[in-house]
Design a protein around this ligand. Structure first.
Ligand SMILES: Cc1cc2nc3c(=O)[nH]c(=O)nc-3n(C[C@H](O)[C@H](O)[C@H](O)COP(=O)(O)OP(=O)(O)OC[C@H]3O[C@@H](n4cnc5c(N)ncnc54)[C@H](O)[C@@H]3O)c2cc1C
Length: 419
């Protein structure tokens, strides 16, 4: 008798779980809420799909259980991802360690996965939104309800994603399924998302992009920093460094605390070098207007705003300007301070931090509360930075959960309950 495995959610993790389980000889059905599988994959990597990273660094992941995460990534890591995709016909290319399909089309990643689902005879039920999982006695059948339909499986993999980008199908309903069977979740917040700030003058400087070092402050302590292209918008800040820091900021905001961010727009200058630069500019350009004096340092709109904040008039002669006001402009270039009072919603977030804790699962990602129910992908309390980290986790966890779900030996191991 073939083992019957049900996969709830046909995203990256669900498709990997389905393919792996079917290759192990299981009879696999994917229950997907959308009218098609893998919708989110199409928007990844700006349509190019950054599906992994050859320079994967564990420090770039966040989870409540790093040891378990490390073990999982050892069992199915980047090179396994490369072999898997090459094995289903996808040519890959690498840029600074970042892995993409060679044709730079995310649709190719989805296509090879879909072709493999079909080649393995995996049934896909689209438009099948699961509302309830009813685990049976240990080793018994698990019932899954979707509308009026009830399905029965030997094992189930829950791969519904988190709550980010709900237009792609991951609307947080997987979290409710996990709670129904007894899991206590790590609270979730949007991650890899834009931040909203309270400064009233943001409209005047919106549209600027600049290389910058960005630091997050909590109670006067710098808790995180990133460097990269910062984007100023009419409501706040965006760009890769902001995305990377957003999950830490959002967890602080969740505790009703305001967060300060400082931006250094000249991160390549050391302190002495910067002082020398200021002294040199004073010598050479002291016969100009304030505006002319600061021209060429940073984007013009930003310099004009900094002059305004320092109380300087752009047209006044620099030799008559208040020296401390000139210093303030120099300081703002190195330490522009903004107050973050919110973030964009899950609609704009690339991932969702929080979810089902790894501690509540076995090493094969099987629920300690409901034997026979496995979890994979973003629904778990693992999220990573930009750079292929989140899809790598989807492939890794999908592989491990799919393999174990198809392997009946896993079920008695679930005796390690009682957390
Ligand atoms: C714009 C954008 C760009 C991104 N770019 C990258 C990138 O380049 N590299 C990278 O590593 N990561 C990227 N990510 C993150 C990455 O796409 C996700 O972390 C990953 O797709 C998560 O896979 P998943 O299978 O866990 O969840 P999802 O891909 O969200 O799939 C979950 C599936 O489950 C279905 N579903 C949900 N609830 C139910 C239910 N109750 N019943 C049945 N089906 C259900 C959904 O319809 C969906 O198809 C990006 C994300 C976004 C939004």
């Amino acid at each position: 008798m073939k083992r019957k495995v049900g996969i709830i959610g046909g995203g990256a993790a669900g498709m990997m779980a389905a393919i792996t389980a079917a290759r192990q000889g299981a009879e696999v059905t994917v229950l997907e809420g959308n009218d098609r599988v893998g919708r989110k994959i199409l928007s990844t990597g700006n349509g190019k799909c950054n599906l992994g990273n050859r320079k994967l660094d564990l420090e770039e992941y966040y989870t409540g259980n790093s040891r378990r995460l490390e073990e999982c990534l050892k069992r199915f890591g980047t090179e396994d991802t490369v072999s898997f995709f090459q094995g289903i016909g996808l040519m890959l290319k690498e840029k600074n360690g970042y892995l993409y399909p060679a044709c730079e089309q995310a649709s190719a990643v989805l296509d090879v996965l879909r072709f493999e689902l079909s080649a393995l005879g995996i049934k896909v039920a689209n438009g099948c939104k699961v509302g309830r999982i009813l685990p049976g006695p240990e080793g018994g059948q698990i019932r899954v309800e979707s509308g009026d339909e009830t399905y029965s499986f030997d094992c189930v993999v829950v791969a519904c994603g988190g709550a980010a980008a709900p237009r792609t199908g991951s609307d947080g309903s997987g979290f409710r399924l996990a709670e129904q069977i007894g899991h206590k979740l790590v609270p979730s917040v949007p991650a890899l998302v834009q931040l909203r700030c309270s400064e009233p003058y943001l409209k005047a400087i919106s549209g600027i992009r600049a290389d910058a070092a960005v630091r997050v402050w909590d109670n006067g302590r710098c808790i995180a920093n990133e460097r990269g292209e910062l984007q100023l918008t009419d409501y706040g800040i965006s760009g890769i460094p902001v995305f990377q820091l957003s999950r830490q900021v959002n967890y602080i905001l969740r505790r009703q605390r305001e967060v300060e961010i400082t931006v250094d727009f000249l991160p390549d200058y050391g302190r002495e070098e910067y002082e020398a630069l200021q002294a040199g500019r004073k010598l050479l350009q002291n016969d100009r207007t304030v505006e002319a004096f600061f021209t060429g340092m940073l984007h013009k709109k930003l310099m004009l705003q900094f002059m305004k904040m320092a109380g300087l008039k752009p047209g006044e002669p620099v030799e008559k300007a208040d020296a401390s006001a000139l210093d303030k402009v120099y300081r703002l270039c190195r330490e522009w301070r903004v107050h973050v009072n919110g973030h964009n919603s899950y609609d704009n977030a690339q991932v969702c931090a929080g979810g089902v804790p790894l501690d509540q699962l076995t090493e094969d990602l099987e629920s300690l509360m409901a034997p026979g129910v496995f979890f994979a992908g973003e629904i778990l309390d693992v999220d990573g930075k930009c750079g292929g980290y989140n899809l790598q986790w989807a492939w890794t966890s999908g592989y491990l959960a799919g393999k174990a779900a198809a392997d009946g030996n896993q079920i008695p191991r679930c005796k390690q309950r009682g957390i």
